[in-house]
Ligand binder design. Structure first.
Ligand code: NDP
Ligand code: GDR
Length: 327
């Protein structure tokens, strides 16, 4: 039975990845931070077979202890301060966790693996935010990186450090450059979930409006369940490498609003959406769209959930949760 260690187990992707690996027969370990993490109960309920370790990405010794106690064949580094807007107000902590945290994890893996650096396979959760002010459309693995936020800059650091450890030490370290992926488990601070939850609450008469930022931005949105499959596929390859994972389709925030409101029978969303400068970012990434042809060719990966199905599914899940009194 292979063993995997996941950082970021309490997040959207960590939960889907844990479910995927457990279904494949892995022994799954997860790291959880904080002395009283409010999401521990969720992890214990959804994936009770995962063994949890108290670890923080900023603390190398705690990572080394988790490596020693779990003895993983595969490490998935999903932990990060991941909300782009927050990263301007908290640039140091973002750099510490999302940037230097990757170096800590790579060092823990390298030191644990000893004379056989490739014996532990490593996945780094890189991001389309690294393309930022896009230098070509669509973006692929060779597109010049031009990050536009402290989060994006931190991810570029982690991405290059992963490549550097692969090249310097012969580690089996892969970087997945993932475009936005969503699900009913998405954090409520992100735009798709903010909209799905807001639309559900408006439909049920519990909220009057959604207050938002830039409605012109476009994103390449896929389903998180599909994207964790790509992470696993990367670590099954004989050679480590970097892959863009995306749908290749973009939609604007306005289109997303139209689909979400349309699904609950509201054809004109404009009276329900108010823009507020508080949600507009100091710098924006406007035209992210990924070219995942390498992943299709080498990994045999392709997305299975389309944009409308993704958004309407999220609205349905939020309506059901609100009606059931879960949220
Ligand atoms: P989430 O924000 O849902 O989860 C982030 C995870 O990181 C949480 O489990 C969080 O734990 C953990 N974390 C934060 N700080 C620390 C720390 N100091 N030490 C240990 N763990 C920490 O992110 P997603 O699941 O959406 O994304 C997973 C990864 O993929 C992230 O690295 C993200 O940047 C990256 N990514 C995500 C994309 C997406 O569209 N979802 C696209 C591209 C990349 P806690 O519960 O304690 O806060
Ligand atoms: P993003 O996701 O920044 O792409 O990062 P987010 O959903 O936060 O924003 C997407 C776009 O929507 C615009 N927007 C708003 N965003 C939020 N959150 N709230 C609003 O009210 C709002 N109004 C408009 C934003 O300006 C932006 O253009 C996500 C994260 O998961 C990262 O960790 C990951 O690396 C990238 O996706 C790929």
């Amino acid at each position: 039975m292979p063993t995997a260690l996941i950082t970021g187990i309490t997040g959207q992707d960590g939960l889907y990845l844990a479910e995927l690996l457990l279904a494949k027969g892995y022994d799954v370990h997860g790291v959880i931070r904080g002395q009283s993490n409010p999401r521990r109960e969720l992890v214990e309920r959804l994936v009770p077979d995962v063994r949890l370790h108290n670890v923080d990405l900023t603390d190398l010794s705690s990572l080394m202890r988790a490596m020693r106690d779990s003895e993983p064949d595969e490490v998935y580094n999903l932990g990060a301060v991941s909300f782009v807007a927050y990263s301007w107000e908290n640039a140091f902590v973002t750099s510490d966790v999302t940037g230097l945290g990757v170096l800590n994890m790579l060092e823990a893996v390298r030191l644990h693996a000893g004379n056989d650096p490739a014996s532990v396979r490593f996945y780094q959760a890189s991001s389309s935010e690294m393309f930022g002010k896009v230098q070509e459309v669509p973006q692929n693995e060779r597109t010049l990186l031009w990050p536009r936020s402290p989060y994006g800059v931190s991810k570029v650091y982690g991405h290059h450090m992963t490549i550097n450890y692969r090249e310097s030490y012969g580690m089996h370290a892969s970087s997945g450059i993932l475009f936005n992926h969503e699900s009913p488990r998405r954090g409520e601070e992100f735009v798709t979930r903010k909209v799905s939850k807001g639309v559900a609450a408006i439909k049920l008469g519990r909220q009057d409006e959604i207050v938002m930022g830039n409605l012109d931005a476009r994103r390449d949105w896929g389903f998180a369940g599909d994207y964790v499959e790509a992470m696993w596929l990367m670590l099954q390859q004989p050679e480590a490498d970097d892959y863009v994972i995306a749908t290749g389709e973009t939609h604007s925030i306005e289109e997303m609003l139209s689909v979400a409101f349309g699904h609950v029978g509201i054809s004109d969303w404009r009276p329900y959406v108010r823009q507020d400068a508080a949600f507009v970012r100091p710098a924006e990434v406007d035209h992210l769209v990924g070219d995942a042809s390498k992943a299709r060719r080498v990994l045999g990966w392709k997305p299975t959930v389309g944009f409308e199905e993704l958004i309407t599914g999220m609205v349905d899940a939020d309506v059901a949760a609100l009606e059931a009194g879960w949220r």
